[in-house]
Design a protein. Structure first.
Length: 181
């Protein structure tokens, strides 16, 4: 039987492996983005071929899994993210969940297509403090359409505690300047 400690060690090992291959945080040049499918772009972060977003460094979370319609980010809820009541601010939850859902949607897009979140609903169900060393936001696509996609995500601790869950709607579009096939 897997214990929460076993899960945490597995998560930390997986995170360390990913961090060894990461490029510096930055913006991948458009000439490298445009020929890639969304899955190639997102998996490229795991392989050290594309840059992770700059804000993920500020908020201390990292992509740890990516497959078709599925993405997981892992974050460290530190004291820097506390609200005045001493718990992690809801904006940190929302950003981590939105990233997981949006990137999950992105994994299903062909080259030359992009997305933006147009609706986001986040439900915080349990307070989070830095006592929890890591949490994982797992995003899954519910519907992938030509113009609209929806996804859901859960933010959980290594012991299985659910801290938040969310849904989003993403608008899907041609990246400006791309010729259509």
């Amino acid at each position: 039987m897997t214990t929460p400690t076993d899960t945490l060690h597995h998560w930390l090992d997986q995170e360390a492996q990913v961090r060894r291959t990461l490029l510096p945080h930055g913006v991948t040049p458009m000439h490298d983005v445009l020929p890639r499918t969304g899955l190639e772009l997102i998996q490229g972060m795991l392989l050290g071929d594309t840059h992770p977003a700059p804000f993920s460094k500020l908020l201390d979370f990292v992509l740890v899994e990516a497959s078709e319609g599925h993405v997981a980010f892992q974050g460290a809820p530190s004291a820097e993210f506390l609200n005045p009541m001493g718990t992690v601010h809801g904006g940190w939850f929302a950003t981590l969940l939105d990233s997981a859902m949006g990137c999950a949607v992105h994994t299903l897009l062909p080259a030359g297509r992009g997305y933006t979140t147009s609706g986001l609903t986040v439900n915080l169900v349990k307070a989070l403090t830095p006592k929890v060393q890591r949490v994982r936001a797992v995003g899954q696509v519910l519907h992938s359409g030509r113009q609209l996609s929806t996804a859901e995500a859960r933010l959980m601790g290594p012991d299985g505690t659910l801290y938040a869950h969310a849904t989003c709607t993403c608008l899907v579009f041609d990246i400006p300047g791309q010729s259509k096939p």
